[in-house]
Design a protein around this ligand. Structure first.
Ligand code: NAD
Length: 480
């Protein structure tokens, strides 16, 4: 177990008290396959208790608290997270296998989310609406009530920050179900929130297996909003379960995000983004850029320079803080290796270098495929590993057709000096976020984020999330 843990990870937080769950599960360190910790594995009865505690918090001090006071507590939590950034980074590196500096960036982002939503809590306003003579009409933004948050293992701190931060800012009480593969920083965050003065029951954290704790939370009749990040298959199940209670759902389900590089692009500026956006967090990023579309005039230049950069990618244990760590699990490694086998008929442009024996942990070599047909499985399906495909194109229309040809639409970027093309393509690309001459995988606390198509629906991050985590009431007063 990591030395950085300052709390007992085998307990879950419900209504301000730390208690064991019905069952337990084992966390594995993906850097070396050793046991990291025994964790509480919540089941339906634990989720019932967590939802009841959240409802009690809504009816109590938390529900009556002013927006300013809520914001102050969230800002205090942000400062408390900053004070523990190094501990949080170490815990995450052990749990997720994320290289230490990438884990540290996630901890800083968690603090930033709490600062952002702390500052925003008392700035969400309704409006007055001109109506008939003798009426005054206005709108109120109100919390949904109890919000459920089902988060994955790839960016626990960032995803908790963006969804729980916005939900608490609006005065909801939350039940958080972290992923069974990685839940230590969710528990650490709960401790920090309690220490910073968040009232009991405003945040409840119940780790557990998806089909048990996750399914119970998604289907719970006492929950009024669900925020889910993860796979398309599970997202559809969650939406179905919440639908039975007519509860709104935000789904963030990943992507196959393209970067489009035109002949007139600044290749020096593009190169780090082209590579990093694919291999950050070993490619286990919903907004990873796994497709690099390059106009034929610069194709060979871009491929050769990316190949050099790939040759310098070192792969090893998270605490060694190399460019790429292990995948989250041997199961995820098998999934990614299955995709690599699908690419056996393709040409590999370059691979990274392993600095440990590959069988000591869940390691996969970063792999760049050359000249991949746009309809190949590797160019269409989300791999969730450090794998990128290069696809040549001739014309702008062809680039747009290829970019829009998958089921997903999360992020896209355009590398070109042509301003008119930048504006045209920003409109034509199917994506929730478009970057021009940059790429923002995972970044941008202030930037509304979410997808179209199978990437999901609803928006988190930025001010927009505050609308998603609240409901609008219209008040029409007739006074003559
Ligand atoms: P998953 O969607 O099954 O898990 C995500 C979360 O959902 C976890 O907390 C899990 O416990 C929970 N869950 C699982 N089954 C559930 C159910 N029936 N009801 C409610 N909650 C449930 O994802 P996974 O199995 O961990 O990973 C599989 C694939 O999903 C990956 O290979 C990757 O392609 C994709 N993925 C995407 C993201 C993303 O950020 N978009 C994150 C993780 C995984």
């Amino acid at each position: 177990m990591t030395q950085a843990l300052w709390f007992d990870p085998s307990l879950m937080l419900i209504g301000g008290s730390w208690r064991p769950a019905t069952g337990t599960l084992t966390l594995i360190n993906p850097s070396d396959g050793t046991e990291l910790a025994q964790i509480a594995a919540g089941q339906a009865a634990d989720i019932d208790a967590a939802v009841a505690a959240a409802n009690a918090a809504r009816a109590g001090a938390w529900g009556r608290m002013s927006a300013t006071e809520r914001g102050r507590i969230l800002s205090d939590i942000g400062r408390a997270v900053l004070a523990r950034v190094d501990q949080l980074a170490e815990i995450e590196a052990h749990d997720v296998g994320k290289p230490l500096s990438q884990a540290r960036a996630d901890a800083v982002a968690l603090a930033r989310y709490m600062e952002f939503y702390g500052g925003a809590a008392d700035k969400v306003m309704g409006e007055t609406i001109p109506y008939l003579d003798g009426y005054t009409v206005y709108t109120l933004r109100e919390p949904h009530g109890v919000t459920g948050h089902i988060v994955p293992w790839n960016y626990p701190m960032q995803i908790i920050g963006r969804s729980v931060g916005a939900a608490l800012a609006m005065g909801n009480a939350s039940v958080l179900k972290p992923a069974e593969e990685a839940c230590l920083t969710a528990l650490a965050f709960a401790h920090i929130c309690a220490e910073a003065g968040l009232p009991d029951g405003a945040l409840n954290v119940a780790p557990g297996r998806g089909p048990e704790a996750g399914a119970a939370l998604a289907a719970h009749p006492g929950v009024q909003h669900i925020s889910f990040t993860g796979s398309v298959r599970t997202g559809a199940l969650v939406q179905q379960a919440a639908g039975a209670n007519v509860v709104p759902v935000t789904l963030e389900l990943g992507g196959k995000s393209p970067q489009l590089v035109f002949d007139d692009a600044d290749i020096d500026a593009a190169l780090p983004f082209l590579v990093n956006a694919g291999i950050q967090n070993a490619g286990q990023t919903c907004s990873a850029s796994s497709r690099i579309l390059v106009q034929r005039g610069v194709y060979e230049n871009v491929r050769d320079r990316m190949a050099v950069a790939y040759g310098e990618l070192t792969v090893g244990p998270a605490m060694d803080d190399l460019r790429v760590g292990p995948l989250i699990s041997t199961r995820q490694k098998q999934i990614v290796e299955g995709f690599l086998n699908e690419g056996a008929n393709l040409t590999i442009a370059a691979q990274g270098q392993m600095v440990v024996a590959p069988d000591t942990g869940a390691y996969v070599l970063p792999t760049l495929f050359d000249n991949v047909p746009p309809d190949h499985t590797l160019a269409r399906e989300e791999i969730f590993g450090p794998v990128q495909v290069l696809i040549p194109f001739d014309t702008e229309d062809e680039a747009v057709t290829i970019a829009n040809s998958t089921d997903y639409g999360l992020v896209a970027s355009i590398w070109t000096a042509n301003g008119a093309r930048q504006m045209r393509l920003a409109k034509r690309l199917h994506a929730g976020q478009v970057f021009i001459n940059n790429y923002g995988a995972g970044g941008g606390v202030e930037l509304p984020f979410g997808g179209v198509g199978k990437s999901g629906h609803g928006r988190e991050k930025g001010f927009e999330a505050l609308y998603g985590f609240s409901t609008l009431k219209t008040v029409a007063a007739h006074h003559g």
